[in-house]
Design a protein around this ligand. Structure first.
Ligand SMILES: Cc1ncc(COP(=O)(O)O)c(C=O)c1O
Length: 405
């Protein structure tokens, strides 16, 4: 029984919401004798495609695998350049490097931390000096889709493919105006990659899904996800299958297991309920922290449905005597675990040293990095935990007002 005594309340950053249905489904798979990719993977793919509203879905062991396979299937290779936001997780750019292509970073905008599309013409022009710019990978930061119109315009003007990093987005939607229909994440680009990592909106522990409308891309991703084996090789141990397969390319080992898919099938059934929970918690934070002038809270932009994978707040450092690091440590001392999403990629040693980036090359991301941290947000958070987070933030702010020193 969790404690209601503020001295004793622990608030983890995340806790997966797993019910008996997921547990029973995993046990059934384990008892069935078939535990790797099989019928449950197929079921998960079909049901996910239906949920997201896309034609093809390929289940994988991570979103990183999906991003890698997408670029490979689109023919990105040595010396090509790919536009990537600097405000993202390692995976978005490392997959470009896997293919010996180069990421060309772009700064983010303040309002939603998504790629600043106004900079795309300049970034693309500059990128051409490193090699032909072939693709853009927009990241829907925290589960909110960014500026679709200008992204698509820039891609069309330069004949670039779009691979959506939709790691945070199950579900997320957008529309152009009050009168237009809602559109699903995944409908913006040629391929979208979703993550089912442990803290994501639906989880399989580790896992991912690549979605596309293009049958040829689907086929290439599927083949490359399993050693480059000819299309139906995954069936080879089943009744319909045969021992015979051909290797058509040097592929990878990215398939999802039926154990993980069993969890996924049930998480997907609960996706709307899990999303409602996330919205409830985000609304609570916004209502209870909204009057603190020393903070800037995240907001749902117009014509966007936010997955609320992340709830990221900013400190107004010019009004406080405490920096982000000390703030996060003070919360930790009160039993609250937070995180930071992210140190921008251009500030990490690998990219800094390889491409000679300086922090000020992407000033918005560099500044935001000093100000941001991510609050705990997971289905099933108790009232006591939520109150504890809010009162602790209030106390730390009150103890460190610049005017009071
Ligand atoms: C923006 C972004 N892209 C990609 C990934 C990679 O996801 P996965 O761990 O499923 O490979 C993550 C993981 O958190 C992420 O935050």
């Amino acid at each position: 029984m969790p404690s209601n005594n503020p001295q004793e309340i622990e608030v983890p950053f995340h806790r997966a919401s797993i019910t008996d249905a997921e547990i029973d489904a995993v046990v059934n798979v384990l008892r069935s004798g078939w535990i790797t990719s099989g019928p449950l993977v197929k079921q998960f793919e079909q049901e996910f495609a239906e949920y997201i509203g896309c034609t093809h879905a390929v289940a994988l062991n991570s979103c990183t695998a999906g991003l890698h396979l997408a670029l490979e299937a689109l023919g990105i290779g040595r010396g090509d350049a790919v536009v990537v936001p600097t405000m993202t997780f390692a995976a978005t750019a490392e997959v470009v490097r896997y293919l010996d292509a180069n990421p060309v970073f772009v700064d983010c905008r303040e309002e939603d931390f998504n790629m600043d599309t106004a900079q795309l013409p300049d970034v693309i022009a500059k990128g051409q000096s490193t090699g032909p710019v072939r693709a853009i990978i927009p990241v829907h930061y925290g589960g909110q889709i960014g500026d679709v119109r200008h992204l698509k315009q820039a891609a069309a003007a330069h004949d670039l493919t779009i691979v959506e990093d939709a790691a945070h987005c199950c579900p997320a939607k957008f529309r152009d105006s009050d009168d237009s229909d809602w559109q699903n994440v995944g409908s913006i680009g040629d391929v979208a990659a979703f993550s089912f990592y442990a803290n994501k909106t639906i989880t399989t522990g580790e896992g991912g899904m690549a979605t596309t409308e293009d049958a040829a891309l689907e086929e290439r991703m599927r083949i490359m996800s399993l050693h480059g084996m000819s299309r139906d090789a995954w069936k080879r141990f089943s009744k319909e299958g045969s021992y015979y397969y051909e290797i058509v390319a040097p592929g990878y080992k990215y398939n999802l297991t039926d154990i993980a898919a069993a969890i996924g099938v049930h998480q997907l059934k609960r996706a709307d309920e899990l999303h409602r929970e996330r919205c409830r918690i985000a609304e609570f934070y916004s209502a209870k922290l909204g009057d603190i002038e020393e903070l800037i809270l995240p907001r749902q932009m117009q014509h966007r449905l936010h997955s609320w994978h992340l709830y990221v707040i900013r400190l107004k450092l010019d009004r406080l005597t405490i920096d982000r690091k000390a703030f996060v440590e003070a919360l930790r001392d009160l039993g609250i675990t937070t995180s930071v999403h992210w140190m921008p990629l251009h500030m990490h040693p690998y990219y800094r040293d390889k491409y000679g980036y300086r922090p000020e090359d992407f000033p918005v991301a560099a500044r935001l990095y000093d100000e941001i941290f991510t609050l705990p947000l997971f289905p099933g958070m108790t009232e006591a935990q939520l109150d504890h987070v809010v009162s602790s933030i209030r106390k730390i702010v009150a103890d460190h007002l610049l005017l009071s020193v």
